[in-house]
Design a protein around this ligand. Structure first.
Ligand code: RIB
Length: 409
């Protein structure tokens, strides 16, 4: 599974100020620095530093050659990055003493990505490969349509949010990675919970990764909701924290990593990025994240206890997919079976047996797409003896028989 990131590359002009300048106000900056940035570039570097293999496609201007060099030095494949005869895209960023930022963009070379370039690059990728996108380049809508038509998995980060996002068909996306403000704007909902329900109801096939700043983050798909609290650090510069999270998350998807582990790593990486200046330079490597993880204090999450229990249930099911049963889960949690059954229902919205069935179907679906194992073997591997029972269950859940589902590849 290859990762292609079709995204922006910016030169970031960063001005440190006491506070973000208000309308009509003039302030002298304490310091001005130039960094490599752009949501696309930052996310490619984050994928690579997280240990993923990534191709970065897009356009840089004649003054942006150092951006290409940095991508390459960071382990990103730049074969599909073009140089155009124009000014590179850039960002003017104010950073306050509290680490908050305010950004405006000059799109430049990032607005010169053409449909022909997209066709040429996408023809080098296959069904099942990942296309990662943000909203800082031209022809995003076309990219999504093309990737969908060739059955790539599309991960969309609708940032910065603007009218382009309203033209996107979310049915064509596999993952949506967004923050609270973006979620509320797209869904027209006021709270996180309502926004999550909106996405899950309107786009049942879409996997949502919602970042909540100091409140952590939540991953949701048709079967589960996984919460992770944020790590607490002194904020120096929040620029690229979201990009760092996204890159780590996408790298985790591509590597088939445990979702909860991925959320933890991505959150820690984002926290480390917040504690340092600049966009690309602030993104830590996987080794650094792993070595600092134990020492990073967890912040408050309003859902911490619930999140922990959900995590334990998820982990139990993942580790005991074939032999899972309510009694042994209850023993592991230290509760009675009756109480555990009620708890599972309360935390996940479905009974233990329905949750287990969903989990087994999901594991089988992944194996159907990612392996060539015979279907009978997959059914056995996920814990069913009775093949026809599983086939009915699977068809009910995915609207396709296992054979038809495998043809999606
Ligand atoms: O997400 C941070 C990035 O947004 C900056 O690097 C800047 O270039 C803007 O694109």
């Amino acid at each position: 599974m290859k990762i292609l990131n079709f995204g922006s590359c910016n030169v970031d002009f960063v001005y440190s100020l006491d506070h973000i300048v208000r309308v009509g106000e003039t302030e002298s900056t304490k310091c001005m620095e130039i960094f490599a940035g752009g949501k696309g570039l930052n996310q490619s570097i984050a994928v690579a530093r997280a240990g993923g293999e990534v191709y970065h496609a897009g356009c840089i201007g004649t003054d942006g050659v150092f951006l290409k060099d940095l991508l390459e030095q960071s382990g990103v494949d730049v074969s599909y990055l073009q140089t155009v005869d124009a000014k590179n895209g850039h960002a003017i960023i104010q950073v306050s003493a509290k680490g908050e930022n305010s950004i405006f963009l000059y799109p430049g070379s990032n607005s010169m990505i053409t449909k022909d370039q997209i066709d040429a690059v996408l023809s080098r990728f296959d069904a099942g490969d990942i296309l990662l996108l943000q909203n800082e380049i031209s022809n995003v809508e076309y990219l999504i349509q093309r990737a969908h038509s060739q059955q790539m998995l599309t991960v969309f980060n609708p940032s910065p949010i603007n009218e382009t996002v309203s033209m996107i068909d979310f049915e064509m996306l596999s993952y949506l990675i967004l923050n609270e403000v973006e979620a509320q704007e797209i869904s027209s909902c006021e709270t996180t919970e309502e926004a999550l329900t909106y996405f899950r109801t309107h786009y049942p096939g879409l996997r949502i990764m919602l970042t909540l700043g100091e409140q952590g983050c939540v991953y949701a798909d048709a079967e589960r909701e996984l919460w992770q609290s944020a790590y607490r650090v002194k904020a120096v510069d929040t620029t690229a924290a979201g990009d760092t999270f996204t890159g780590y998350f996408v790298s985790g998807i591509a590597q088939g990593a445990d979702c909860m582990e991925t959320l933890k790593l991505a959150s820690a990486a984002a926290a480390i990025a917040v504690s340092r200046k600049g966009a690309a330079p602030s993104i830590p490597t996987r080794e650094e994240v792993l070595s600092r993880l134990a020492g990073l204090p967890s912040g408050n999450s309003k859902n911490c206890k619930t999140e922990q229990l959900r995590h334990e249930i998820e982990q139990y099911l993942e580790q005991h997919l074939r032999q899972a049963n309510l009694q042994s889960l209850a023993e592991q949690l230290g509760y009675s079976a009756v109480y555990t059954g009620a708890l599972v229902k309360q935390l996940t919205g479905v009974s233990f047996s329905k949750l287990l069935q969903a989990k087994r179907c999901r594991a089988a679906a992944d194996m159907l797409l990612q392996t060539d194992l015979p279907i009978a073997e997959i059914i056995h591997a996920v814990g069913y003896e009775n093949e026809s029972f599983f086939r009915d269950l699977f068809s009910e859940k995915y609207g396709k028989t296992p054979i038809q589902y495998r043809k999606k590849r």
